[in-house]
Design a protein around this ligand. Structure first.
Ligand SMILES: Nc1ncnc2c1ncn2[C@@H]1O[C@H](COP(=O)(O)OP(=O)(O)OP(=O)(O)O)[C@@H](O)[C@H]1O
Ligand SMILES: CC(C)(CO)[C@@H](O)C(=O)[O-]
Ligand code: BAL
Length: 287
């Protein structure tokens, strides 16, 4: 295998090749920045690669649609996959290593060991996607141990996931810095997401309601014109009126503990999940 540190994207498929490639860069005195993804890359993912470059890290992007974080009725099989397109985007973004393992490489034999983060997974997406955060925490632990980066980059779009990973790294004294990166949005405000590809043209127009309602609630609770519960209830109703099929939650939480708030006194986040047809959208904003 080519372990060169010359410019270009090196695609590796095994843990052994990943470790060899990372070792080549370490020998050259470089630090490593891991960007875990499930592929179908967009500008949000590219911003994480840019975050790594800005901090001087060699970006290593993993592409793996992790089956253990999908529920039995969720979209694992339908999840968008576009490996060649992803590699092109990573080349353009100056990513240096793409780690695209098979399922057998990630899970050789039965996985008897899992990582569970309690408390902050009790609310929001936790009860709605049973087993999801255990699947995420376990696969992210594995990816971190496979790449042994200095830093790993995650988007604030998946805010609960980011908090779960920060907490896991802290509780288990994992020697990696977790960097949270701002949500990249379309021009009209919709958070970029691989699942946006599922939206029809009509749904795409309706989807913007999510961002608009997050802004409305953030403004109202910041000014104190409404309580968190009042503002969130009004936003849920506005989403339903605007064509969302199910509002799974719309709430204001403490930015660290993710506990629901009645009034905002410190760092807080307004956060929501809702369904438009077959598409589940999540988003959040700082208050
Ligand atoms: N719009 C975005 N801005 C910043 N980071 C993002 C954005 N979308 C995704 N990310 C981050 O990219 C990483 C990989 O996410 P993932 O591959 O699941 O993409 P996704 O667009 O979130 O897909 P999904 O449709 O499954 O939510 C995560 O850390 C996620 O938070
Ligand atoms: C962090 C992650 C790559 C783990 O599979 C996934 O949950 C995602 O893409 O956000
Ligand atoms: N971006 C979060 C991954 C998931 O929904 O499974």
């Amino acid at each position: 295998m080519n372990t060169s540190t010359e410019p270009g994207l090196l695609v590796v498929r095994t843990v052994a090749d990943l470790r060899r490639a990372v070792a080549g860069f370490r020998k050259a005195g470089r630090t490593i920045g891991l960007v875990p993804t499930m592929g179908a890359l967009h500008e949000g993912h590219v911003s994480l690669v840019k975050g790594a470059l800005e901090r001087g890290d060699v970006p290593v992007t993993s592409i793996f649609v992790n089956p253990t974080q999908f529920g039995p009725k969720e979209d694992f099989s339908a999840y968008p996959r576009d490996e060649e397109g992803d590699f092109d985007k990573l080349r353009d973004a100056q990513c240096r290593i793409a780690f695209a393992p098979t399922k057998d490489e990630m899970y050789p034999g039965e996985q008897l060991t899992t990582v569970t983060v309690a408390g902050i997974t009790d609310g929001l997406c936790g009860p709605l996607r049973p087993g999801h955060f255990q699947g995420v925490a376990t696969v992210v632990s594995k990816l971190l141990l496979m790449a042994m980066p200095d830093r790993a980059y995650f988007g604030e779009k998946d805010y609960q996931q980011l908090q779960v990973i920060k907490r896991m790294v802290r509780d288990l004294a994992m020697p990696f810095e977790i960097v949270g990166m701002p949500t990249v949005r379309e021009k009209d405000g919709l958070a970029m997401s691989s699942r946006n590809r599922y939206l029809s043209a009509e749904e795409r127009t309706k989807a913007l309601g999510m961002y608009k309602q997050l802004v409305t609630v953030a403004d109202a609770v910041r000014d104190g014109t409404k309580s968190c519960a009042e503002a969130s209830a009004a936003a849920s109703q506005a989403l339903r009126d605007g064509g969302f099929d199910i509002v799974e939650y719309f709430t204001v939480v403490d930015a660290d503990s993710l506990k629901p708030l009645e009034h905002v006194a410190g760092p807080a986040r307004v956060i929501a999940a809702a369904r438009l047809g077959r598409t589940r959208l999540i988003d959040n904003l700082a208050v």
